[in-house]
Ligand binder design. Sequence first.
Ligand code: IMP
Length: 429
Amino acid sequence: MSKVDVVIGCFYGDEGKGKVIDYLAADADVAVRATGGDNAGHTIKAGGVKYAMHLIPSGILSGHTTGIIGNGVVLNPKILLEEIANLKSHGYDVERYLKISDKAHVILPYHPMLDAALEGRRTKKIGTTGKGIGPSYCDKYERSGLRMEDLYAAGFAQKLKEAVESKKALLKFYGMAEEEFGDSLDFDGLYGLYCGYAEKLKPYVCDTLTYLHKALERDERVVVEGAQATLLDIDFGSYPFVTSSNPTIGGILTGTGLSALDIGNVYGVIKAYSSRVGEGPYVTELLDATGDKIRELGHEYGTTTGRPRRCGWLDLVALKYAKRVNGLTALAVNHLDTIGRFEKIRMCVAYDLDGTVTEDFSTNLELLDRAKPVYREFAGDFGDLSGCRKFEELPLAAREYIGFIEEYTGIPVKFIGTGAERESMLVRD
Ligand code: IMP
């Protein structure tokens, strides 16, 4: 039986997982999304066309890979149908290649409303994407959420009615007037709309757990496309400045029905520097001209929200933590060319907590606020890396930079991003 390859972001998301997924998907029979919703997003160029993928696994763009939206995903049908229509208009046989878990939870228009209402009331904002992700997961765990299978069940109207009534009461409690509810809390309108979505999505909905396990039994190659990243994990991230799911390895299992024994390679993706969108602690953040330069050189602006990303040096303390949480077997380091444009580069090798130096990451906010990064300096000026096809062809300074990441973390670096193009990636055996 074949083993599953998993791609996971190590820090705060936007590490460039898509590039590694593209590479793996070229040989993959199945690509799976396990967690999150349309808060994730990456733009992928395939056959000269740019696709903004938020929900459908980007592996589907290979043209021969089945994309699965797992049970751990919270799914906005409107966004999903737009993605399906776009793929179809470019000739993709979506009916054949897309499967949606019957257990995936559905986002309704009141979820983004609640997201905005909750964020508005917070004195310390989380900086959510506003897509209704948190409120939708709340419903899941509170056991009042609607799953895909509910849309086809006899009790759908009743469940939706109850949900609408409770959300009305909740929004009123948060100070919203009934006149502001609009179509988002009109039961008849919502019922018609979601019955329409259900009809259109019917061909794709199935028991994806069984599909996945049968694919493995047929020795097919399966890759799981992680969304968000380790430090945004609801348990292991910088709570509450996190997303509402587990983008780490545990969430990959519960979001798909795969078992621990099914997992093979766990690829951790990082950039040769770091970035973060939204609020929350960030030990190596650079609030100076160097941070601005990283943002400009790396084009660090959000795909989903367009927000400028906070930027800083690479944090090896946090990377070691990502290894511990996920069991990373290899790394992908993106943007080596970008960091190589600096004359001197720094990597954070420890945190200084008022004189106590540690290499152990903690998600305790008070500790993270106090932590001062201890840096080690490296030579930069890597020059043009676009012609390098093998690791050995990289300049010495670039090899030393990668070598130190390997030495510090004990994880081999398998993929190295050397340019903006998706093909600009060195792959080591
Ligand atoms: P939510 O997932 O919309 O609730 O947002 C919670 C936090 O996670 C915010 O700081 C977001 O900016 C961040 N976040 C959510 N999804 C992504 C992502 O795909 N990349 C980077 N940050 C994300």
